[in-house]
Design a protein around this ligand. Structure first.
Ligand code: NAD
Length: 345
């Protein structure tokens, strides 16, 4: 099969592209290389058989249409290209909107007007549920907990876009879903939690698991925003890719659906708990300081994955322990490259 991946030189994109290439598929990667580290991933991909790299920007409709037209006969289109940091979205909401909301409309419209029959998979986010300020949370030794939703948040939880990033991704999420209804296109929305893994050039603003691992390995100091008792459900990227694969195989069943996709209750860990785990794995004491809470930061987010389990038989296989080991090995083996990529302005 042949797939197109917008944002294919980013973290989730490169891992998805490599998984397809390994399976013998043709992969078209479209990326504007704006993310630090994406040029390293693009270099990696250019050396892989079956991968074509197209430099393009999803904000530019003509460029999107031209690239899609050249690869019209495609089995699957992943739309990952995005401005991914909440902090940057607060600083520059227009650019965030143009990339995430308008960029997504450009992708949908290009596919629609070119009459592509391709299913479209969109990487949405748990941030569409907002800060959940009306929920009562209790602080336990293991971190913040939600007595009302011990098994996590399901797709029917009310959306409440918070932060420009939440708004732009939330708008895109709804457009993608609606194109399945209004234009009968085959689209699936994945509201992803905290995804982590190799080839993730994590920075303070996004990709905190890789960021913490890289910082710890390079002797840097970590800043924890908030009290560190925030709980996240970490999902290793290979598990997410397996979910995409299952969704593709069952596309007629899941077209038009929205899925929450995270590590779930069994992979929930507080930031403080993660820092301890990281220190144990590296056999060092981690240098961390605390700072103010960030906009829209959820005290706890655990994805209730039961819909994906029910419809697709999917549940995460990687535990945080095993996933973190893979990230550490990757960061150790690529230390110099990572430092150089992240110091680029
Ligand atoms: N990583 C996570 O934990 C997570 C969680 C929820 C949702 N998501 C979503 O998954 C997708 C991929 O995330 P990621 O972690 O791989 O991020 P990433 O930043 O590593 O990848 C995004 C890629 O998009 C590219 N890009 C940015 N603006 C572009 C534009 N205008 N045109 C073309 N390419 C552009 C970047 O260069 C980068 O390579 C994003 O849509 C993100 O919102 C990620």
């Amino acid at each position: 099969m042949k797939v197109i991946i917008t944002g294919g030189a980013g973290f989730i994109g490169v891992n998805t592209a490599l998984a397809h290439a390994r399976a013998g598929d043709d992969v078209v990667v479209m990326d504007n290389l704006s993310r630090r580290g994406s040029e390293i991933n693009a270099k990696l991909l250019r050396a892989v058989r079956g991968v074509t790299f197209e430099r393009g920007d999803v904000r530019d409709y003509n460029s999107v249409k031209k690239i899609f037209a050249a690869h019209r006969r495609t089995s699957l289109l992943y739309h990952f290209a995005a401005q991914v940091a909440v902090t940057s979205s607060v600083e520059n909401p227009r650019e965030d909107f143009e990339t995430n909301a308008m960029g997504t409309l450009n992708v949908l419209e290009a596919a629609r007007l070119l009459k592509m029959k391709t299913p479209i998979f969109f990487a949405s986010t748990n941030k569409v549920y907002g800060g959940m300020e009306n929920e009562k949370f209790v602080r336990r030794a293991s971190g913040w907990a939600s007595p009302r939703f011990p098994d996590g948040i399901g797709e029917s939880y009310p959306a409440d876009f918070h932060s420009p990033y939440g708004c732009s991704k939330g708008a895109a999420d709804q457009y993608v879903r609606d194109y399945a209804r209004i234009y009968e296109m085959k689209t699936v929305v994945f509201r992803q939690s905290c995804i982590y893994g190799i080839n993730q050039f994590g920075v303070e603003d996004q990709g905190w698991i890789a960021h913490f691992a890289i910082k710890a390995l390079t002797g840097g100091r970590i800043t924890i925003y908030g009290d560190g008792f925030q709980v996240r459900d970490a999902l290793y990227v290979d598990d997410l890719i397996r979910l995409y694969r299952l969704a593709y195989r069952n596309i007629n069943k899941v077209s038009g659906e929205i899925f929450n996709a995270g590590g779930g209750a069994s992979n929930a860990i507080s930031i403080n708990g993660f820092v301890k785990l990281l220190g144990r794995k590296l056999k060092i004491s981690i240098d961390a300081k605390y700072s103010d809470w960030r906009h829209g930061d959820q005290k706890v987010f655990i994805s209730d994955n039961s819909k994906a389990e029910r419809l697709l038989g999917w549940r995460p296989r990687f535990g945080v322990d095993k996933g973190l080991e893979k990230v550490i090995v990757w960061a150790q083996e690529n230390r110099r490259t990572i430092i150089n990529a992240l110091s680029r302005r």
